[in-house]
Design a protein around this ligand. Structure first.
Ligand code: CA
Length: 354
């Protein structure tokens, strides 16, 4: 049965188990307490692995030759390693052509290191302590030689969770996991994370799909009466682009395809979205279509472009409904609108204005 005590990809990282990295480790040796010493060749360091898999750097730093303590010492591609009964470590220092000796200073903390851990729900430290909340912890790992290791654990704990929230959006909602919904409803979604600590969310979704148009208003985004769009052309363009059920609420006033000053007789309000509700007769304060007084607030779609009261330059068609490749949908509706002054006196086929 083979298992991995420590290490993963090539690199240099102290840590626990497979979160630690080595670069071409060669010799290994084990002391009486179960600590493993590794000649970490291409990192030019001697690494120590405790019996519970915590990897630290015993000695060495950059490529070189320096005697000293801990990381102030330097090796060149250490290759072999051995440990005696007193805990002294001997290193075959390959490219320094020398045998190096590492003595342990008894009586003081042997190693101090920091572990960063991201876990799901709980974390068990090398000494057996279990923590369930994110924090910075200190832990002491005793060993039989009395040379304790003191570790600092920067712990981030994430929890398997489920939670609900209500969301009101315009047209579409993209969930944290990337799903997109375009209709009101209650949806379940699973958000995975990098420590396999999934969150299950329930979204109570309200999708608003109204566009507000007011020829006397400002050129807004159309999401409310206060931010209405100025032209019906723009609102229809937005509704056509989605293909979703969209209501266009048009305040009282005169609306000309392409604008009153246009000279293009082929201009028309062109609806290609088969699920549009085009509603007129609003005063600009309503929250429900049933509140309209269409007689008092006429919404007029007018083809009298160019010279006013001269029909010879008017548009051929005020409104064209041409859903792309389908019939109109169940939501399609025209209501509360007055059409006038189209002049279909042309002799050719309809030219659709896109
Ligand atoms: Ca005219």
């Amino acid at each position: 049965m083979v298992s991995t005590l420590a290490g993963s990809a090539s690199g240099y990282t102290d840590g626990t188990g497979t979160s630690a990295k080595f670069a071409y480790p060669s010799g290994v040796a084990v002391d009486g307490a179960g600590n493993v010493y590794v000649a970490d060749g291409s990192n030019h360091r001697i690494r120590k692995i405790t019996a519970s898999g915590v990897v630290s750097t015993l000695a060495g730093s950059a490529y070189g030759y320096t005697d000293g303590t801990g990381t102030s010492a330097k090796f060149k591609n250490p290759y072999g390693v051995a440990v005696d009964g007193a805990g002294n470590v001997y290193v075959g220092d390959y490219n320094n052509h020398s045998i190096r000796k590492i003595t342990l200073s008894a009586g003081s903390a042997e190693t101090t290191e920091t572990i960063t851990a991201n876990v799901c729900d709980s974390y068990t430290s090398p000494s057996g302590k279990t923590w369930t909340t994110s924090n910075t912890y200190s832990d002491t790992i005793p060993n039989t030689a009395g040379c304790d290791s003191v570790i600092t654990v920067n712990l981030t704990v994430r929890y398997k969770s489920s939670f609900s929230f209500a969301e009101t959006v315009y047209e579409t909602f993209t969930s944290p996991s990337g799903k997109t919904w375009t209709n009101s409803g209650t949806y379940l979604d699973t958000i995975p994370n990098d420590v396999n600590c999934d969150s299950i969310i329930t979204v109570d979704l309200t999708v608003i799909n109204k566009l507000f148009v007011d020829t006397d208003g400002s050129s807004g985004t159309g999401k409310s009466w206060g931010t209405s769009m100025k032209t019906l052309d723009d609102a229809i363009k937005v509704a056509n682009a989605t293909g979703n059920h969209a209501e266009i609420w048009v305040r009282k006033g005169m609306y000309y395809p392409g604008g009153q000053s246009s000279s293009n007789r082929d201009s028309a309000f062109l609806i290609t979205n088969p699920n549009v509700e085009l509603l007129g007769g609003f005063s600009g304060t309503e929250t429900e279509p049933g509140q309209r007084n269409q007689t008092a607030n006429p919404t007029i779609l007018c083809g009298d472009i160019g010279t006013t009261n001269d029909s010879s330059d008017n548009v051929y068609h005020v409104l064209i409904i041409a859903p792309n490749g389908s019939d109109i949908g169940p939501n399609f509706k025209l209501d509360g609108l007055t059409f006038k002054n189209g002049n279909a006196d042309g002799s050719t086929k309809i030219h659709l204005r896109k």
